[in-house]
Design a protein around this ligand. Sequence first.
Ligand SMILES: N[C@@H](CCC(=O)N[C@@H](CS)C(=O)NCC(=O)O)C(=O)O
Length: 229
Amino acid sequence: MNRQTIELISYKLCPYVQRSVITLLEKNIDFKRTDIDLAHKPDWFKQLSPTGKVPLLKLDNNQTIFESAVICEYLDEVTVGSLLPTSPEIRASHRSWIEYGSQTLAAIGRYYSAKDKTQFNEAEQQLRQRFETLEQVIVGPYFSGQDFMMVDAVYAPIFRYFDVFGTSITKHLFSGLYKISTWREYLNGRPSVIHAVDDTFPSALLEFVIKKNSYLGGLLQKQHTISAI
Ligand SMILES: N[C@@H](CCC(=O)N[C@@H](CS)C(=O)NCC(=O)O)C(=O)O
């Protein structure tokens, strides 16, 4: 699809943006990415976005589409092939797991924002339960088998957090979850997933979490101080 003027208004660290970028790349859509600073939203963005959130897709007729799940489905519909299954039941099931992915992002927010060890352990346990549940439904190597689907685009940014936080801190979350482990490897080898962020993403994410003064921020700071010595 050759829509030179399609524009994705984005924020560097946003996992919802990443799922949209992965979909754009998987579907070979030309697009322009415009990153904004969410702490200082430009006036033009406030006027365009009903929710004030990214991603926001601006089409060449100036129409805008918001909400990442809707953006991904739109991109899928207007291009050849589909990242959603053909059977209505299985398609609905993928949408359910996409929603589960969005709820998991909220749980990740609680994990990296937890202020003390007790809150952190609780958030870690909740995340672990989510991943155990997911482990039961994955076919492998991708979510539903050999083909990369929209649901895979949703989980790649989820797992990227833990790649950045590192295995020594996050090993309790994934130990013994072999299907997830293989899934992560496949996702990390996918060009669309690799190119959904730039090289500065890991350091920017670490800085973001460390600045939160959270329990995880403290662990990350210690880990990086030690590795810098
Ligand atoms: N449900 C939305 C969530 C998007 C979202 O939460 N975006 C965050 C950045 S990751 C945002 O724009 N936050 C700015 C704000 O809430 O003011 C979607 O799927 O697009």
